[in-house]
Write a protein that binds this ligand. Structure first.
Ligand code: HEM
Length: 505
């Protein structure tokens, strides 16, 4: 009998708790949608029908009004549907929305304290110190390294085509390898060729980080939606193998450089300047990181590893999908393909080769990259947490401090109101400016926009220019939209991204 009473009480309490939780937006007077207990708007993700970004896009498409309350499982969050409101929140009202609200614990877990996760004054300070590492002067100085990775990509593709002179290539896989090597060399300073040696240490680490086991899924949900739970996992010593391997690798490289006074032109070197000198040199020709005051280190090795881990996470899939989706779209749009090819060849001729300046001069290719990041935003959502109460303009609604806000880039970028005929691939939009500028956020917006945007675009353009100037791309007979994978927070293709290449005649 007691058992029945206890069970009944437990069910009643659970029912009351769920009803209370899932009535949050009604109680606050906000319109809401997607109230599916217990997964909320993520119900279709749980049922393996949609990925995270598409589930939020569905909510964007099926609702109206500037803001819509939703539930990310048990967490109430607010979808910002209005492009101008979203833009203002990220730019003008940054003081109320400066943090992402994801897991970070600098004191006990420095690997978590990457610039992407950091909050408040700590983030502001780090961002100011890291900004000089991403100037065009620094990128130009690193160009030789990126270019040699581009040459390895070319050598690999030529070998693939060696026998028949033409082949359908899975760009998702090839560009994944290119992006890994770009990061390994320009960020970590490793001399790798993953095309020739696909079992190297960096590739192994990357494989472990990108596994999709239930353990990994639990950790990524905790990281984004339940930071306190992630803190608990870390405290009880539940380590993530890939991250731990990356921490050890970074520590090893830092020791090697510091003990042997090795100077290389890469991101790690600039972080070593920060560690040893307190800032990054603004002189693009100075790369030495010798200690100004011996023994004083302003950044621990693990904190450096945390930054490199973020650069890896933020730069890998984004670069790979930027290139593969662009190539795929060009094969479906012969006019755009011809213009892109002409743009590349002309700039190469004008600058006497595929140099940094030649790449900068490729304006049509720039527009292609913008159009790709519009139609396929690598991060399909932007998120912030409200850091001080905020009144929604022209309403009596108040967003309370602590509320997560979500902006659906897939929703905004594929909305005909902002981008006419949104599924058609038109790089010209970005040359002619005939779109709603507030609605484009492929690299984010405001003071917290992508710090690596210039580097990302450069590496995407480099691979595109190498391919367009060395191969012919076969135009697809029938247009077909890419299907997206059901897992992950980034927008990934479900199967490969097939593109047929032929050696230029
Ligand atoms: C085509 C390539 C890339 C795309 C499309 C892209 C896109 C984005 C987006 C949408 C955000 C979120 C911005 C926001 O919340 O407002 C972001 C943030 C960030 N990205 Fe990128 N990214 C790319 C390449 C890179 C690369 C190569 C790096 C580093 C080497 C990088 C480093 C970062 C960092 C550190 C942040 C967080 C900035 C902060 O919180 O202060 N990204 N990126």
């Amino acid at each position: 009998m007691i058992g029945v009473v206890l069970l009944f009480t437990a069910f009643t309490l659970l029912y009351v708790y769920l009803k209370w939780t899932f009535s949050y937006w009604d109680r606050k007077g906000f319109p809401s949608a997607g109230v599916n207990i217990p997964f909320g708007v993520l119900d279709s993700v749980w049922q393996k029908k949609q990925c995270y970004g598409r589930a939020i896009q569905d909510l964007y498409n099926s609702t109206k009004g500037p803001v819509v309350g939703m539930y990310l499982t048990l967490r109430p969050a607010l979808l910002i549907r209005d492009a101008h409101l979203a833009h203002d929140m990220l730019v003008k009202n940054f003081a109320s929305f400066h943090d992402r609200g994801v897991y970070v614990d600098e004191e006990n877990d420095p690997m978590s304290a990457g610039i992407f996760q950091m909050e408040g004054a700590g983030w502001k300070n780090l961002r100011a110190k890291m900004t000089p590492s991403f100037t065009s002067g620094k990128l130009k100085a690193m160009f030789e390294t990126s270019n040699s990775v581009g040459d390895k990509l070319l050598a690999h593709l030529r070998k693939e085509l060696e026998q028949s002179g033409t082949k359908e290539v899975d760009m998702k896989s090839v560009m994944g390898t290119y992006a890994i090597d770009i990061i390994a060399s320009t960020i970590f300073g490793l001399d790798v060729d993953s095309f020739a040696d696909p079992q190297n240490e960096f590739i192994e680490i990357s494989r472990r980080i990108n596994r999709n086991t239930s353990k990994d899924i639990i950790r990524s949900i905790a990281l984004v939606l339940y930071p306190a739970m992630e803190k608990f996992f870390v405290r009880i010593g539940w380590k993530q193998e890939g991250i731990e391997m990356m921490r050890k690798l970074t520590n090893r490289i830092v020791d090697l450089r510091e003990n042997n006074n090795i100077v290389r032109k890469d991101m790690l070197q600039l972080l070593l300047q920060l560690r040893n000198q307190g800032n990054t040199s603004t002189d693009d020709s100075v790369w030495s990181a010798e200690s100004a005051k011996h023994g004083v280190k302003s950044m621990s090795k693990d904190l450096i590893a945390g930054q490199l881990f973020v650069f890896y996470g933020a730069g890998h899939e984004t670069t790979a999908s930027g290139i593969s989706f662009t190539l795929y779209e060009l094969t479906q749009n012969p006019e755009a393909l011809a213009k892109a090819q002409e743009d590349v060849l002309q700039a190469i001729e004008q600058h006497g080769g595929l140099t940094y300046d030649a790449l900068s001069a490729m304006k049509y290719l720039d527009a292609c990259v913008m159009e790709t990041t519009r139609k396929y935003p690598a991060l399909p959502i932007l998120n912030r947490v409200c850091t001080q109460d905020f009144s929604v303009p022209d309403s009596n609604l108040v967003i309370k401090k602590g509320t997560p806000i979500v902006i659906s880039l897939m929703g905004l970028h594929r909305d005909a109101e902002h981008f006419p005929d949104p599924l058609s691939y038109q790089p010209e939009r970005f040359l002619e400016g005939n779109y709603n500028q507030a609605a484009y956020m492929g690299f984010g917006d405001g003071p917290r926009h992508c710090i690596g945007a210039r580097m990302g675009k450069l590496n995407v353009k480099l691979a595109l220019a190498k391919i367009l100037s060395n191969f012919d791309l076969e135009v697809r007979k029938e247009k077909q939209e890419i299907e997206f994978a059901l897992h992950g927070l980034t927008l990934l293709p479900k199967a490969g991204v097939p593109v047929r290449l032929s050696l230029k005649k």
